[in-house]
Design a binder for this molecule. Structure first.
Ligand SMILES: NC(=O)c1ccc[n+]([C@@H]2O[C@H](COP(=O)([O-])OP(=O)(O)OC[C@H]3O[C@@H](n4cnc5c(N)ncnc54)[C@H](O)[C@@H]3O)[C@@H](O)[C@H]2O)c1
Length: 333
């Protein structure tokens, strides 16, 4: 078992990565918790034993369920059961489950502890780490939420064996991102070490900028186009697939702005292609709509800010030239 820490002072927490990590649940539960509300979805067959009185709360699969109504349902069901703020929520699922259960935990009784047991590759290397929780609004993705750090995260590699291949590949899109945030030789590592290396990278970034005042934004590398593609395809595209295409776009944009050379663009194509991820815009997507969606990204504080590679590494860069944004999309056809 690989044991890591997200170092956040008195809110630091352990992340255990390895086969069977879920069996360590009992030892990471908050002291004094008497009840565990286990939140999951149908189809995720990963029994967890909290060793205290537990009840399973399930909601439907898919991004469509990631809305405030589900958060309210969870809170109401917990209240009806008698969950108190000294108890614990255990989120067993992908990013949708950990985001939603984490958000509900953040606001229930003004905050109850949550332990994440991420069951997708994307959840293990990204969504469950770092304390961002939230839900979608009809107006856009993750537009409501809270920072609520978990008490612990258990990345059980065994959980990934039942993951549909497309979901696994989606996780690889996020993994490809870490290759450009300084994690070396990712593709050569065994799965548990690769997951742990990504977790360590995210933990370091989160520790340096918990609330995204600056550096944490680099975790959004590839995400501006990725989010726009998810919206434009009505979430037909998986998150990591959008990120994969977004990484290629970010490289092409950085090159067009003179920040990186063609060899570095080629490296992006090699890493993303090496994971067998998409690198072109999906058919039927309107590039003008994508450019319009860029400026609606909630990271867009002042014009459109892209996270771009460059001589000093990956960093947020304001890009005002809409014509360039549009013409660079043509390099992804
Ligand atoms: N909080 C963050 O920092 C953060 C970071 C990245 C992504 N996210 C969010 O994560 C979400 C995407 O997460 P995701 O890609 O994990 O998708 P997901 O949670 O929708 O899971 C994908 C599908 O796989 C199923 N599934 C999950 N684990 C399984 C398993 N072990 N076996 C079989 N089926 C399983 C789920 O029920 C679902 O149908 C998005 O909403 C995104 O906004 C959050």
């Amino acid at each position: 078992m690989i044991e890591l820490t997200v170092p956040l002072g008195d809110r630091s927490y352990p992340v255990l990565v390895g086969a069977g990590a879920r069996h360590r649940l009992l030892e990471v539960l908050p002291v004094g918790a008497k009840r565990a509300a286990i939140v999951t979805q149908p189809g995720i067959d990963l029994p967890v034993d909290a060793g205290i009185e537990s009840r399973v709360f399930s909601f439907p699969s898919g991004e469509d369920a990631k809305h405030l109504g589900t958060v309210e349902d969870l809170c109401r069901d917990w209240a009806a059961w008698g969950l108190t703020r000294n108890d614990v929520v255990v989120a067993v699922g992908g990013g949708v489950v950990t985001d939603l259960a984490g958000f509900a935990a953040a606001i229930y009784h003004r905050g109850v502890a949550v332990v994440h047991v991420p069951t997708t590759l994307l959840g293990q290397i990204d969504a469950a780490i770092g304390g961002k929780t939230g839900a979608n609004l009809p107006e856009g993705k993750n537009l409501v939420g809270a920072f609520w750090q978990p008490a612990a995260v258990l990345c059980d590699i065994d959980a990934l064996s039942t993951l549909p291949p497309r979901e696994y590949r989606s996780g690889l899109g996020e993994m490809a991102k870490y290759a450009f945030l300084g994690v070396p030789n990712l593709a050569d590592l065994p799965l548990d070490e690769a997951v742990a290396a990504c977790v360590q990278c995210k933990a370091d970034v989160v520790a340096s900028d918990e609330r995204e005042g600056g550096r944490r934004a680099i975790l959004n590398y590839g995400h501006t186009l990725g989010h726009a593609l998810e919206t434009a395809t009505n979430y037909d595209l998986r998150h990591g697939e959008g990120v994969a295409i977004g990484l290629i776009y970010a490289a092409e944009l950085a090159h067009a702005l003179g920040r990186i050379d063609t060899a570095r663009v080629a490296e992006h194509r090699k890493v993303v292609g090496g994971y067998d991820l998409p690198m072109q815009l999906p058919p039927g997507v309107d590039p003008d709509q994508l450019v319009a969606l860029f400026s609606r990204d909630k990271k867009a504080v002042d014009g459109v800010t892209f996270v771009l590679d460059g001589p000093d590494g990956v960093e947020p860069v304001p890009v005002a030239d809409a014509t360039l944004l549009r013409s660079t999309l043509d390099r992804l056809r």
